[in-house]
Design a protein around this ligand. Structure first.
Ligand SMILES: NC(=O)c1ccc[n+]([C@@H]2O[C@H](COP(=O)([O-])OP(=O)(O)OC[C@H]3O[C@@H](n4cnc5c(N)ncnc54)[C@H](OP(=O)(O)O)[C@@H]3O)[C@@H](O)[C@H]2O)c1
Length: 242
């Protein structure tokens, strides 16, 4: 039977690649993001994939608990269950800590860290009833190794790893698995700026990753019923180099 995957941030970049990979696996995919045009464009490509799933796009701001609850209840109304939750929605807002206001810090944490905690909390009730579920968080190598100008972002991603491990312990006995993928530098809108160009020289494999290479790890985790509380880095060896 096809599973139901809810992918926050599924309209672009890594989330879009994960959505397409699950659609190819024959799953039903629900994309949740903010920009309607991008949601529709990705939904169109999902519908062209001959996997047999039924796909949906929903506008949802992950920073708003009300929005998250409303949209996920629409998913339950339509499909009756969510088997896989992917938290890929995220932003960077680079600035040195001395130039960063408290509001900027809290806005970023609200989206990158508290957002995934809220989406997880909403799906957990049903996953516990199902006695089955898989949550995949998208962290970052910046949360492990640090980066100048990314203290809020790095804090959010390090927090996401701590959250992943705590929640994995909390819900393992209910057959719910929680894992994290920590990408290095992946070719998406997020890394399109000129400040990232020189990073290629630091990556042992000598190139940025493709979003599909992160998506492969997500499919692996979704299909690995005895793996929980783990982090997989997808970084071309960058972790070894910095
Ligand atoms: N690219 C990299 O090198 C890299 C490396 C490490 C980690 N990551 C992480 O991987 C994840 C995906 O990154 P990406 O490179 O694919 O970024 P991206 O191309 O900029 O895509 C970001 C996605 O998040 C969605 N999003 C942003 N704000 C949102 C909000 N408030 N509510 C709901 N959705 C929202 C966007 O939707 P809209 O278009 O509607 O805004 C879009 O679908 C992020 O968590 C990022 O931190 C990326």
């Amino acid at each position: 039977m096809s599973r139901v995957c809810a992918v926050f941030g599924g309209s672009r970049g890594i989330g879009a690649a994960i959505s397409k990979a699950f659609a190819r696996e024959g799953e039903n995919v629900v994309i949740l993001a903010k920009n309607v045009d991008r949601i529709e464009a990705t939904l169109e490509s999902l519908n062209k994939i001959d996997g047999g799933g039924t796909h949906t796009g929903l506008i949802c701001n992950i920073s708003s608990e009300t929005d998250v609850k409303t949209r996920l209840s629409q998913v339950y109304d339509k499909y009756g269950r969510i088997d896989i939750l992917v938290n890929s929605a995220g932003i960077t807002k680079d600035s040195l800590l001395l130039r960063t206001s408290k509001l900027e810090v809290s806005d970023l944490l609200e989206l990158n860290l508290i957002g995934p905690m809220i989406t997880s909390r909403v799906v957990l009730k049903e996953m516990i009833r199902q006695q089955d579920g898989c949550i995949i968080n998208i962290g970052s190598i910046v949360g492990l190794k640090g980066n100048i100008g990314q203290s809020s972002y790095g804090a959010s991603k390090a927090g996401l790893l701590g959250f992943t491990r705590c929640l994995a312990k909390e819900v393992a006995s209910r057959n719910i698995r929680v894992n994290l993928i920590a990408p290095g530098f992946i070719k998406t809108d997020m890394t399109g700026g000129s400040q990232f160009l020189h990073m290629e020289n630091h990556i042992p494999m000598g190139r940025f990753g493709d979003p599909t290479e992160v998506a492969n790890a997500a499919v692996f985790l979704a299909n690995s019923p005895y793996i929980t509380g783990q982090m997989i880095t997808v970084d071309g060896g960058l972790q070894l180099a910095i």
